[in-house]
Design a binder for this molecule. Structure first.
Ligand code: FE2
Length: 404
């Protein structure tokens, strides 16, 4: 994310409606490979290149999802106009300016426009681009305010890597269940700086991501590439952050990093989970603390650093990718099975296209495993969370419930 969120109206252009911004363009720390020519452009230019039509338009969260949003899209390099118009049904049209940038692994120009002062649980219609070159109109619905005990449906998938056709087919399946948002548990692509792979990943999202946030977990195959940080808009440093959606607190961590950084994130997670009063606590990262996958199994360092924090704070579900199959653990506390509701259930959801890995269920902590493409649907309703996992054909391969 490139802008600090502080909504204010900065100017009124002669003859135009007021153009607002939600923050000043401030560069976040440069991350990834060869970032030297990542170049930001003026926020509110009205200049257009030869191909100004917005594509890969997305609704994303970079702050509080009930009051803030970021609309991002891509154009040719020469298009600098970065504006969004949005309105509630029967409400006034607001015009907001953001900014844009290019980066040196190609892919044209990325535009990001932060929106602020939105109403919770409210549907807005919007269009992006600039005068004379607006996109089609789409809509999004802001998150219910934190603490609101309303039904929530979350889709989880992970590990598309070099098989974007399967990811596209899986997302078609997911859309039929109308989730509120999606969590992608890492390894969206095989090599993070390969823009062709990101193009295919985002092509699959057309028709969904204009209206639904896709929370991205940084996987080891993202390689901290500038493409990842350039193409997503997420809170904080875009790889370790948390957010609330109605009754849910979701914390996202990056485990592709050093042991020291994992330890630092454990401290962050302890403070983050200690500060929330939300009924439901879910943690997502990429590598499984517990897994009976035969290619790469459990990450014992995560068992030592993160699992005790999650279990101490009553995290009901830890959901990851990386090991290309589906696996669910029994409820665990300190690696030992405990009664339902007294421990954390660890789920691997890594079936969005990458070559499947075998799972021999050799560990006592493994309750269920399946080697097939799949996605998970987490439904919070009526004081419980029901998790249903389906394969590419929609067949159910697991179903379980969790208590707060
Ligand atoms: Fe991975």
């Amino acid at each position: 994310m490139w802008w600090l969120l502080a909504c204010h109206t900065v100017e009124k252009l002669p003859g135009d409606d007021a153009i607002a911004t939600c923050g000043d363009p401030v560069l976040t720390p440069q991350l990834g490979y060869s970032t030297s020519d990542r170049e930001a452009a003026d926020a509110d230019s009205a200049s257009f290149g030869a191909s100004p039509e917005p594509y890969h338009l997305r609704y994303a969260w970079s702050g509080n999802p009930s009051t803030d949003a970021t609309i991002l899209w891509r154009t040719d390099d020469d298009t600098l106009a970065s504006q969004v118009q949005y309105w509630k049904e029967g409400g006034e049209v607001r015009t907001v300016a953001g900014g844009s940038f290019t980066f040196n692994t190609g892919g044209g120009r990325v535009h990001e426009v932060p929106l602020c002062d939105l109403a919770p649980a409210t549907t807005y219609t919007y269009r992006a681009g600039g005068e004379g070159h607006w996109s089609a109109e789409y809509s999004f619905t802001t998150a219910p305010a934190a603490g609101t005990e309303v039904p929530v449906v979350i889709a989880v998938a992970g590990d598309a890597r070099d098989n974007q056709a399967t990811w596209a087919a899986l997302l078609d399946q997911i859309e039929t269940f109308a989730p509120d948002f999606l969590v992608f548990s890492g390894d969206a692509v095989d090599f993070g700086s390969n823009m062709d792979e990101w193009d295919a990943f985002l092509d699959a999202g057309v028709g969904f991501m204009e209206s639904h946030a896709m929370i991205m977990v940084h996987g080891n195959h993202e390689f901290y590439a500038q493409n990842y940080f350039g193409l997503v808009a997420q809170p904080g440093d875009e790889k370790t952050f948390s957010l609330d959606y109605g009754p849910l607190h979701l914390a996202v961590l990056d485990d592709s990093t050093s042991s020291d950084d994992r330890a630092t994130q454990a401290e962050w997670l302890d403070a983050d989970l200690g500060a929330t009063t939300q009924t439901w606590k879910v943690v997502s990262h990429h590598m499984p603390a517990y897994s009976s996958c035969t290619t790469h199994g459990s990450d014992t360092e995560l068992q030592e650093l993160w699992s005790p924090v999650e279990e101490a704070h009553g995290v009901q579900l830890d959901i990851v990718g990386h090991n290309h199959n589906y696996e669910r653990s029994v409820p665990l506390r300190g690696g030992v099975e405990v009664a339902p509701g007294e421990g954390t259930v660890y789920v691997v959801a890594a079936g969005a296209g990458a070559d499947p890995y075998d799972n021999d269920m050799a560990n006592a902590f493994t309750a269920v495993a399946a080697v097939t493409e799949h996605f998970a649907l987490l439904t919070i309703d009526g004081g419980q969370m029901e998790v249903v996992v389906r394969d590419l054909a929609g067949n159910e391969i697991d179903r379980f419930t969790l208590s707060p």
